[in-house]
Design a protein around this ligand. Structure first.
Ligand code: MRU
Length: 354
């Protein structure tokens, strides 16, 4: 099974997603700064994978300073946590994982734990976040499989697969769940301009698993829906607001509007770690603006005239009323999403014993 990161105990190894599928290169990362840069540069991407990477990045930070004073150790952790947290703004899993580790460190310090003990606990918690995410993806596969009829064609946008998680995936986890249940599923993968997560990553990992995959450009989805060639849409998310508004890769909103216009169900699959109950609605979700060069160039070659103005928001927000269901590892949320999401998050928190 594909996984984007491997933890050796003292080093985080990352599959460089910028060069997939042409090259499978694993990069060794030894410092929190290297991990933050790798997240910013999208060596690793996808909300849960970013959170997992940040957790191991903070573990590396702790390992750097076990011999320091308690004050220096605690200040170092806070500073490196900020560097990691600032690497990308939209995926809430990043802050969620870091806050989970920080809260643990604070609790242990208050209980008199020394630097070595806290460092070991942070490493264990990071491994736990990784394992929990893998289990969550498998659970989403089981919960979401009933939405995917045998013989259906599913449209997905971006890459919400094994490469974006600990493994198995969220949206692609639902598709894998149906596939593992013995259903025949055909996937249409939007290429996902400008970073091409669909063309490069979704196509790569579904073909790796022997799932029937057809690549389309983003502007083909409407016409294919009009011709009755798409049965349902499943996407992932970077942050789901408390009211069910969903931030995901730019272009997701257009797909949701098209799906509603053609009466095609539109589903979101995401772990409860992607639900931000502190964010009341989608207007409060920070949207990352990325380098114009991602839009003006393709494969390192400039395609637009020098000096042209460029917009490059990396995410958009799909209003909750365009979403037919949200599949989480704790079960399926349906409108009204406010109480449904709050209940599923509370279940996850109780399960972790927090
Ligand atoms: O910019 P990216 O590649 O990090 O964006 C990723 C997505 O939009 C995914 O759909 C989302 O993070 C869900 S990943 C399971």
């Amino acid at each position: 099974m594909l996984t984007p990161v491997e933890w050796t105990g003292t080093q985080l190894r990352m599959l460089d997603q910028r060069v997939l599928p042409g090259e499978e290169t694993w990069l060794p990362l030894n410092t929190p700064e290297e991990v933050a840069d790798a997240i910013r540069d999208m060596v690793v991407r996808g909300a849960p994978a970013i959170g997992i990477s940040a957790a191991f990045g903070l573990t590396l930070a702790a390992q750097q300073v076990t011999g320091e004073s308690v004050e220096a150790f605690d200040a170092h952790l806070r500073a490196k946590s900020k560097i990691l947290n600032d690497s990308r703004p939209t995926a809430v899993n990043l802050g969620w994982a870091l806050e989970r580790l920080q809260a643990l460190a604070t609790r242990l310090r208050a209980a008199g734990q020394d630097n070595v003990g806290i460092t070991q606990a942070l490493e264990k918690e990071s491994r736990r976040i990784y394992e929990e995410d893998l289990a969550a993806c498998k659970a989403m596969g089981r919960c979401g499989s009933p939405f995917v009829p045998d013989g259906s064609t599913v449209l997905t946008h971006s890459n919400a697969g094994g490469l974006a998680t600990a493994g198995y995936g969220t949206a692609l986890g639902v598709i894998r769940g149906a596939h593992d249940d013995g259903k025949k599923v055909r996937v249409l993968a939007d290429e996902t301009r400008p970073f091409l997560q669909g063309a490069r990553l979704t196509a790569y990992e579904l073909m790796h698993d022997g799932i029937d995959t057809v690549l389309i450009t983003d502007n083909m989805a409407g016409s294919l829906m009009q011709r009755g060639e798409i049965d349902l849409v499943v996407v992932g998310s970077d942050r789901i607001a408390a009211n069910g508004d969903v931030a995901n890769k730019i272009g997701t909103y257009s797909v949701a509007v098209l799906a509603r216009a053609h009466k095609i169900p539109f589903y979101v699959a995401a772990p409860t770690s992607t639900v931000d109950l502190n964010c009341p609605d989608g207007s409060q979700i920070p949207i990352e603006q990325r380098d114009p060069a991602e839009v003006t160039s393709m494969g390192g070659k400039r395609i637009a005239p020098e000096g042209v103005g460029v917009l490059n928001p990396a995410f958009d927000v799909t209003p909750a009323d365009l979403v037919d269901a949200i599949v989480t590892e704790q079960g399926v949320a349906r409108a009204p999403y406010g109480p449904a999401l709050a209940k599923l998050v509370a279940q996850a928190v109780a399960e972790r014993g927090e």
